[in-house]
Design a protein around this ligand. Structure first.
Ligand SMILES: CC(C)(COP(=O)(O)OP(=O)(O)OC[C@H]1O[C@@H](n2cnc3c(N)ncnc32)[C@H](O)[C@@H]1OP(=O)(O)O)[C@@H](O)C(=O)NCCC(=O)NCCS
Length: 173
């Protein structure tokens, strides 16, 4: 990262930290509105609750009606796209890069970036972790505490570590 990029990134971290503790529903509206100009793309009615950290906002795109609960962390350096009507529970991490562990030492290893895509109408439960390269199909649900290592089909509920399918969202017939 060159000097000016590093300075811009540092400035964004101070700016978002200053917004981080504005409380309540008003805080969620204000934070959404004041962070959105830095996103790659943002829809309408973005609510972001307290203590949200977003790394590489230029890689982050979201649709309309996003709800992000408290204490979430999104690393968008590899590209992170959220559809319309996505609900994110408390303390969710979404990560879009790995350290290339075939290099040593790890501190100098390059990052391997892989985009994460979350479809429309998805719900990610509290404390879940979504790993690089995962796509959640439209209407998918991630249970609380899951670690999602593979993509999830539409309207499917996954749970556990690593996350496995537990059921479909809608009963047929
Ligand atoms: C995913 C979820 C919606 C499923 O709810 P449900 O349809 O009522 O599911 P059930 O209770 O019928 O559970 C079905 C099976 O999945 C298991 N399961 C449910 N949630 C699980 C979880 N978080 N982790 C691991 N297993 C889970 C149940 O133990 C059950 O297993 P069994 O069939 O062996 O008994 C719910 O469990 C959940 O995790 N909600 C997230 C809540 C949250 O984080 N809210 C934040 C506010 S946005």
């Amino acid at each position: 990262m060159d000097f000016w990029n590093a300075l811009g990134w540092e400035a964004f971290r101070w700016y978002s930290a200053a917004l981080s503790w504005i409380p309540g529903g008003i805080g969620a509206i204000v934070r959404g509105a004041l962070l959105k100009p830095f996103f790659k793309r943002a829809g309408r009615r973005t609510l972001i609750f307290e203590c949200f950290t977003l790394e590489y906002p230029g890689g982050f795109a979201c649709g309309d009606d996003l709800r992000v609960n408290r204490d979430c962390n999104f690393y968008a350096g590899g590209g992170l796209t959220l559809g319309n009507g996505v609900i994110v529970g408390q303390r969710v991490s979404i990560i879009t890069a790995n350290h290339d562990y075939s290099h040593a030492p790890l501190l100098r290893a390059p990052l391997v970036r892989k985009p994460v895509k979350i479809g429309d109408d998805c719900w990610i439960g509290a404390h879940a972790v979504i790993l690089p390269g995962v796509t959640l199909g439209k209407g998918a649900i991630v249970a609380a505490g899951a670690v999602v290592t593979k993509s999830v089909p539409a309207n499917t509920i996954v749970a556990g570590v690593p996350a496995r399918v537990i059921k479909k969202r809608f009963k047929r017939g």
